[in-house]
Design a protein around this ligand. Structure first.
Ligand code: GDP
Length: 319
């Protein structure tokens, strides 16, 4: 295990083992390999695409203003390398500048048009068939009640109160679509694990969310929210392993990473809980899923999530 900002010199053969993972994670058939790009052409591609956005946002990399204690130890084979991204010619130093801060996610040339300029609630759907049919790509946010989903959604779209519809778990059992920039959707699913919800409603929830995950063709990735201020919960582990076993593309979003009081949080810091969680779900994934640390209090991870969504979305649109 090494710190992100101190990646050791590694043989490039380590990176070359990444290719099968890209297809596995995105659940796609293998495609012909693209010609290998050099680091410099990759970077110029990334720079030129970023500079063409209407509102360019800086690439938040791990080595900027993040406090030392929030660096997460990570080994290189646990990085998420997006599809159509070649890191075989990167040095550890150049690769480390492309990892999103507080995550295991490598930036690709598809990371552009990330800013949110418009967010509109579109509809609440009772099942997958009733969801919007305009074919725009979407990301679904899901997590245990009280994990901080509404706060994160509002932080992402920079609004105080956008995510009201699914606020009462056990009552509003709907798939809620928010259209962003008229070009993609954020989808808010009701929280799970709500103790007060009647048994029948919980069964219903299971049925419709699982159907949505398995059959929604425009779903680019599920964003599974996990509270990083407490040790892993059984229900979260079950949820993550179900997504892994069913090969539903998933990003783990760790919330409440600002809560650093060890005593209050069961003796562990957020980054320790983040590591523990990944260890516990490792067996259910062929390769490490992307993960990212966030806080709606400090807005940690907000721009990073948007860049990650942008690169997944732009890749999806091209393929
Ligand atoms: P939801 O039920 O998943 O939509 O969760 P909410 O967004 O309503 O948040 C549940 C509780 O956690 C509220 O008291 C929030 O103020 C608190 N909370 C949410 N996000 C954060 C965070 O990033 N840091 C801290 N410290 N508290 C948070």
């Amino acid at each position: 295990m090494v710190m992100l900002h101190q990646l050791p010199r590694l043989h490039s053969s380590i990176f070359l083992t990444k290719t099968p993972f890209l297809y596995t994670h995105f659940n796609l058939l293998p495609k012909p390999k693209l010609p290998t790009k050099t680091t410099s052409t990759l970077f110029s591609a990334l720079n030129s695409t970023l500079s063409t956005t209407s509102e360019p946002i800086p690439i938040p990399t791990h080595n900027l203003d993040i406090p030392e204690e929030t660096h997460v130890p990570i080994s290189i084979e646990k990085l998420f390398v997006p599809p159509d991204t070649d890191v075989s010619s990167d040095t550890p130093a150049s690769l480390s500048t492309r990892i999103l801060k507080g995550s295991n996610i490598v930036l690709s040339k598809y990371a552009r048009d990330a800013q949110v300029s418009q967010a509109d609630f579109v509809k609440s759907s009772v099942d997958t068939q009733a969801c919007p049919s305009d074919g725009l790509p979407e990301f679904a946010l899901v997590g245990r009640s009280n994990v901080g989903k509404s706060s994160l959604l509002n932080s992402i779209v920079r609004r105080k109160k956008l995510a009201l519809t699914s606020k009462k778990p056990g009552k509003t059992q709907c798939i809620n679509h928010f259209r962003i920039n008229d070009s993609w959707y954020l989808v808010d699913l009701p929280g799970y694990g709500y103790a007060a919800a009647p048994h029948e409603l919980r069964i219903d929830w299971e049925k419709f969310t699982k159907d949505y995950f398995l059959n929604r063709s425009t779903l680019v990735s599920v964003f599974l929210l996990i509270d990083a201020s407490i040790p892993a919960k059984k229900i979260d582990l079950e949820y993550a392993s179900w997504l892994g076993e069913n090969q539903v593309p998933m990003t783990l979003v760790f919330t409440k990473c600002d809560k650093r009081k060890k005593k209050k949080n069961g003796g562990k810091r957020p980054e320790e809980n983040v590591n523990d969680f990944q260890e516990l779900i490792r067996g259910f994934f062929q390769t490490a899923p992307p993960w990212i640390m966030t806080s709606s209090v400090t807005n940690q991870g907000r721009d990073e999530i948007l860049l990650h969504m942008a690169q997944l979305r732009n890749y999806w649109l091209k393929h």
